[in-house]
Design a protein around this ligand. Structure first.
Ligand SMILES: [Zn+2]
Length: 283
């Protein structure tokens, strides 16, 4: 089916207490593996391209590949811009055929984040896309001990209602103790803060930095109000490990074998998360 905006599916997830994943993609193998998992598990999801990849010369061709592959899949798939860094970049993604965008103004002062998010929402809503924004700042896992573990960047619940009301944003990414990339140490999630945020607004809440959280942490976060979970690092790290292991185990491994390993790895990891998030069977 054609690419869709994920919002109705996220709202259904919110009502029924499961979460839909956003998976970042890097190449055709990752697209093929992720789509195979979505079809196998009959689950909707957001497939995403990280904002920086939009600046590469193959961006238009890559988006065309994703769109063409998704059209023949029998599950609802959104193509979402992950961490759009400016209004201009979000518009570029819309012009390329993305069906949802995240604008990330989380490093900016609150007023600027509100103003920029509002502008992106206005443009995106005009053409039927949903917008995600980030309030508070989800930091880097490599700096976890100095940042997230110290509660730095955590979402201030007192800002949440105003941010959502003044921007009109559809999905809110919250900072409650996760981080992007590999964690230095163990992640600790503040579920009390999450419940507090959940009680203030009624739109789907997103958890970034899913790689490195335990299955139980995901389940607890979903019960406490998360409806969307972003996963990227684990997909790439695990797949790279499997490719390395295969190359070590056998000399002269055929090029095609690497592609097969990569696709199967993405499918397996994606399938695991769909099961843990309760998304399986909801497509
Ligand atoms: Zn993120």
């Amino acid at each position: 089916m054609p690419l869709i905006s994920i919002l109705p599916h996220l709202k259904r997830a919110q009502q029924n207490r499961y979460a839909l994943p956003l998976f970042d993609m890097a190449d055709m193998y990752s697209v093929d593996g992720l789509l195979a998992a979505l079809e196998e598990k009959r689950a909707p999801a957001m497939l995403a391209v990280y904002a920086g990849a939009l600046e590469r010369p193959n961006a238009r061709a890559f988006v065309a590949y994703i769109r063409t592959r998704a059209e023949t899949a029998n599950v609802p798939v959104s193509l979402m811009l992950d961490h759009g860094s400016s209004f201009e970049q979000c518009i570029k993604a819309i012009a390329l055929g993305f069906t949802d965008v995240m604008y990330d103004g989380s490093r900016l002062p609150l007023e600027e984040n509100i103003a920029n998010t509002r502008a992106v929402v206005r443009a995106a809503h005009a053409v039927g896309l949903a917008v995600e924004a980030e309030l508070g700042h989800v930091g880097s896992g490599s700096e976890y001990q100095e940042f997230g573990a110290q509660r730095k960047g955590f979402t201030n619940p007192d800002d949440v209602e105003r941010f959502v009301a003044e921007t009109g944003v559809d999905i809110l990414a919250v900072a409650i103790g996760t981080a992007h990339g590999l964690y230095a140490g163990e992640p600790h999630l503040d579920l009390e803060l999450l419940r507090e945020i959940r009680s203030r607004v009624d739109i789907p809440l997103a958890l970034h930095g899913g790689s490195g959280c335990s299955d139980q942490q995901f389940r607890d976060a979903i019960v406490a109000g998360i409806s969307k979970v972003n996963v990227a690092t684990d997909l790439f790290v695990t797949t790279a490990q499997r490719l390395t292991a295969a190359a070590r185990a056998e000399d002269n491994l055929h090029y095609f074998a690497f592609g097969k390993i990569a696709v199967e790895s993405f499918q397996e990891r994606c399938g695991h998360y769909l099961d843990v998030f309760g998304a399986t069977g909801n497509g």
